[in-house]
Design a protein around this ligand. Sequence first.
Ligand code: ADP
Ligand code: MG
Length: 350
Amino acid sequence: MTMTDGPSHTALSTLGEFGLIERIASRVQLHHKASVKGIGDDAAVIDPQGMHQVVTTDMLLEGVHFDLGYVPLKHLGYKAVVVNLSDVYAMNAEPRQITVSLALSNRFPVEAVDELYEGILLACRNYGVDLVGGDTCSSTSGLVISVTAIGAARKEDIVYRGGAKDNELLVVSGDLGGAYMGLQILEREKAVFKETGAQPDLAGHDYILERQLKPEARRDIIELLKKLGVKPTSMIDISDGLASEAIHIARRSGLGVRIYDEKIPIDPATHQTARDFHLDPTTCALNGGEDYELLFTIAQSDFDRIKGNPDLTVIGHMTDVNSGCVLIDKHGGQHALRAQGWDAFLAPTS
Ligand code: ADP
Ligand code: MG
């Protein structure tokens, strides 16, 4: 477990800020007609082409959001972009441009920045977005990456958190809790390495490690829903855990929500690892976070269109506001849904 600097170490100072920006710009090509001007002027220029634009930013700090002890820089670059694109998809919009701002300490060689942009540009290619600008400055401590994503949608296609109606179905894509269990594995192996110097044993944990290190944004789900002719009434992406996101939809919509424990999709690998760590798999899915799945509501009348799709699971429904936000366990017991840490010993709410 070492920093993935690669063999050569060229000091950033040999390039200077302008040299570094030129190096980045030389690797960038613009694909969208909407991207009128990219890197190289005082500001990028975007033609909204009569669409509504959506803008979102996420900042990642070394030591707070990532640990370079076990996150390869290429993965970090990829993930920094993907988490922003996930927010754009959660608005039912198409991401088109990103900007990337970096604070770099001089312990970062040019090769490390190259590796970071390797991941950033791979995400740009995979999702069809243009890197149109950014900012570069020096940091006296850790690495900071801030990505802004810009997307476009027709006004009538945008989906907000607050559009859910009473009795509508709550649907989630993919499965939950995997990214959190991947993090547990990485943290465990890091602790073992610190203690004994033993090489990390990551074998057999491919799925959950990939969920943590190389998450994908669910563009495919947005496209699937369009194809099925289903427009969600509300939507959010799952960055902080199912519980917290479901509460956001309920609060914004002025409603309550019921989630059925046994309906929550959890991959067998996630389930097994949670058990090995003596954790409750449901709690990991509810509070783990970083799954970057989509959580949305649909009208009951749209159920037939999504039914049987392996990527979509109905996990509950919206209720009137007085019923609150609750989790129903296998025995029908009700537990208040909390944004952090589900307490299994909590007294039932009714
Ligand atoms: P200014 O001093 O006017 O802010 P900069 O020298 O910071 O301009 O940036 C010059 C150009 O390079 C701008 O187009 C900016 O968006 C782009 N740029 C700067 N840093 C980055 C970066 N890390 N990644 C991509 N583009 C960058
Ligand atoms: Mg600048």
